[in-house]
Design a protein around this ligand. Structure first.
Ligand code: ADP
Ligand code: ADP
Ligand code: MG
Length: 660
């Protein structure tokens, strides 16, 4: 076994590799870019080497700097992870030329599978069924169209150098072919520097089922299949193993085809053979076709690890160190079912737009595998993949694994950036997914429902108010007081643009009652009723408040916001007390300037009725505008100033009185 290896990657996969290396007593060297100076993988590794700027081209794609770092630190081998240099045969050759071991397949094997057209031709020769279509060298537009006609529409144009769903266009009619071809070519040229394409039959209602293979150069085995049909933009979101509804016949046929593919190229290391399956009439052993082979570890490898009990990174290290395959096919068995969900910083309703931000709060549930490369406080930068974590559950049956995943997602807490967490939660509860009736179009078909955001419930708002008021600590008796004083207080929050006042009252030490009042007239998609709602009671149970629905209150105050984690993370802005006019009791009727400034506007006149949260005045101070809002319902009695007036701190601007 190696004494020391370098990991030419970052994020969760670098951390994942370090975990196994450490268990095997192998020292690790991390590499990092400018932005990753304090990244989790750097902290975890035994040593770390800075290799350049934040853009991948200045660091993680710099073969020379990475090989130099390996030599300088005495590493014997380089693990490429996935993405970046993992499928670059020139890198493999450079690593080997430097006298180091590449933990992965040979440059020749990567080349053989690197282009989809050549790979398909190779597979045909090896007797592996390939997707019907044209994968020859002729790139003439007219003749490609002719081929498409023969294949029969709809067809899929694919960049031969493609990856990550790029350079792919579905074409339904001959008339649209030329335009789709031009745009696929342009995208491929930009992303891969190669504009060659192939044309395939577009399989309707397809399932993506892939087989994990492992070789040692002489022998190859498979570790069962994974179903990755839940995709958006041709990219995987949820993966599982084994595939729902898989029959022994079909598994044997697919496993055999995948192993044949690996043997055809003398494969060494972990690889994945991806098949497209026509699932329109259920799974059948003659309806799967080779799409491509990924000559590396795959993002979704944990589900295969969960069902086989095999650590794939350990196998990678052992085989790269010269050991033979650690197991024979008959020794590899499948136990139970595993599902993985990819948690991304992305804006789902905006077309899964990648997002950035600081992870102000991050917590994964106990007892669940969460592979992550970030910690609370870390930044999701624009430079790399916006994946936050992969959450993986395993159960005796698919139903149990799914129930665990659903519970795990519900208990995952992220704040500071938009994420797909709520989307994932809805997706795992989706009927067709729950029953295993999956295909690659499922997400698109259900997109509206999967994106639908329901308005914050009164319980969520009440929970936010408890946090905002700082009442989430143990109640008085738990702090050693025998006598307990009744108390009441109120807080103002904003749910988007809608101001909300909540009054909190202790009724005994272990009961807290919250009355939520929404401002009238606040524009809302699904307008909740304005005005006071029925009081909501929380009860103290052991270590926290439990709401009327029996669920524990979970959330955090983060800066000037409160985030409640119920079905999804809901953020409420704490209304700056400076910006809220008046207050409780005392001078409550007077709206005063919180600081010296210029009155920019007055929004209410004498006799006018106002509600909690209504804008009363706009003050400009310290080059910022402050909106002063009504802290309670009432009627404007007097206005003391006009727009343009300069006022001192504490100056009375408006007087409110009880509405007669
Ligand atoms: P990439 O290299 O981008 O991963 P793939 O060839 O693996 O490209 O295809 C990505 C996804 O596109 C598949 O998982 C599947 O959802 C869809 N797809 C690919 N080929 C077909 C096809 N012939 N018919 C229908 N869908 C396809
Ligand atoms: P799969 O392995 O299922 O084909 P992807 O195509 O999403 O899934 O995996 C390859 C991608 O992984 C790369 O194109 C890159 O965007 C992403 N990637 C690379 N490094 C990392 C990392 N450290 N953490 C998460 N994702 C990464
Ligand atoms: Mg693929």
């Amino acid at each position: 076994m190696f004494r020391r290896i370098l990991i030419a990657n970052r994020g969760e996969i670098a951390c994942r590799i370090i975990d196994t290396a450490r268990r095997l007593g192998v020292e690790t060297v991390a590499v990092y870019s400018d932005t990753d100076r304090a990244a989790r993988h750097v902290e975890m590794a035994d040593r770390a080497v800075h290799i350049g700027g934040s853009a991948p081209g200045e660091s993680y794609l710099r073969a020379d700097a990475i090989i130099r770092a390996a030599l300088d630190t005495g590493a014997q081998a380089i693990h490429p992870g996935y993405g970046f240099l993992s499928e670059n045969p020139d890198f493999v050759e450079a690593v080997e030329a430097a006298g180091l071991v590449f933990i992965g397949p040979s440059a020749g094997a990567i080349r053989a599978m690197g282009l989809k057209d050549a790979a398909k031709r190779l597979m045909e020769r090896a007797g592996v069924p390939v997707v019907p279509g044209y994968h020859g060298d002729d790139q003439d537009g007219g003749r490609l169209l002719e081929r498409a006609g023969k294949i029969g529409f709809p067809v899929l144009i694919k960049a031969v150098a493609g990856g990550g769903g790029k350079g792919m266009r579905r074409v339904d009619r001959a008339a649209d072919f030329a335009e789709a071809l031009a745009s696929a070519r342009a995208e491929a040229a930009g992303a891969f520097g190669n504009d060659a394409v192939l044309v395939e039959k577009f399989i309707e209602k397809p399932r993506h089922i892939e087989v994990q293979v492992f070789g040692d150069g002489d022998r190859a085995v498979h570790l069962y299949e994974r179903d990755c049909s839940l995709q958006r933009r041709h990219q995987k979101v949820i993966e599982e193993a084994p595939a729902p509804g898989m029959t022994e016949d079909m598994r044997a046929a697919m496993g055999d085809a995948a192993v044949r593919a690996a043997r055809a190229i003398g494969y060494s290391g972990a690889g994945t053979v991806e098949f497209i399956v026509d699932a329109a009439g259920g799974l059948s052993a003659d309806r799967f076709w080779f799409m491509e082979m990924n000559t590396r570890l795959q993002v979704e490898h944990p589900v295969s690890e969960a069902i086989t009990g095999i650590d794939l990174v350990e196998w990678q290290l052992r085989v790269a160190a010269g050991e033979p395959l650690p197991a024979r096919q008959q020794d590899i068995s499948c136990t139970g079912h595993a599902i993985e969900a990819r948690l991304y910083a992305e804006d789902v309703p905006k077309g899964f737009l990648p997002a950035t931000g600081t992870l102000k709060h991050l917590r994964f549930p106990d007892g669940v595998r969460a592979d992550t490369g970030v910690r609370q406080g870390d930044v999701i930068s624009p430079f790399y993949d916006p994946m936050i974590a992969k959450i993986i559950t395993h159960g005796a049956t698919r139903e149990l694994a799914l129930a665990k995943l659903s519970a795990a997602l519900a208990r995952t807490e992220v704040a500071g950036t938009v994420t797909n967490l709520a989307f994932l939660g809805r997706l795992v509860r989706e009927d067709d997914f729950a029953t295993g009736n999956v295909d690659t179009g499922l997400i698109d078909r259900r997109l509206d429902a999967l994106c639908a955001q329901d308005a914050a419930s009164d319980v969520d708002i009440a929970a936010a108010a408890v946090l905002a008021a700082g009442l989430d600590a143990p109640p008085a008796p738990a702090r050693g007081f025998a006598l307990w004083e009744p108390m009441a207080q109120s807080v103002t929050l904003c749910d988007g643009a809608c101001p909300i006042t909540a009054r909190l009252r202790h009724e005994g030490a272990e009961r807290l009652v919250v009355t939520v009042t929404r401002a009238a007239g606040a524009a809302q998609a699904a307008p909740p009723e304005a005005g006071p709602q029925d009081p909501i009671a929380f009860h103290w149970r052991a270590s926290g408040w439990v709401g009327p629905d029996g669920a524990a209150l979970r959330g955090r105050r983060i800066g000037d916001a409160v985030v409640v984690f119920s079905r999804e993370a809901r953020e409420f802005a704490l209304v700056d007390p400076l910006a809220v006019a008046g207050g409780e009791g005392g001078s409550g009727d007077l709206v005063e300037a919180p600081m010296p400034g210029l009155v920019k506007a007055i929004f209410a006149g004498p006799g006018q009725a106002v509600s909690t949260g209504d804008r009363l005045a706009l003050l400009e101070a310290m080059k910022m505008e402050h909106t002063l809002r009504a802290a309670r319902d009432g009627t404007v009695a007097e206005v003391f100033v006009a727009a343009g007036d300069q006022v001192e701190a504490g100056a009375a601007l408006i007087r409110l009185e009880e509405t007669p």
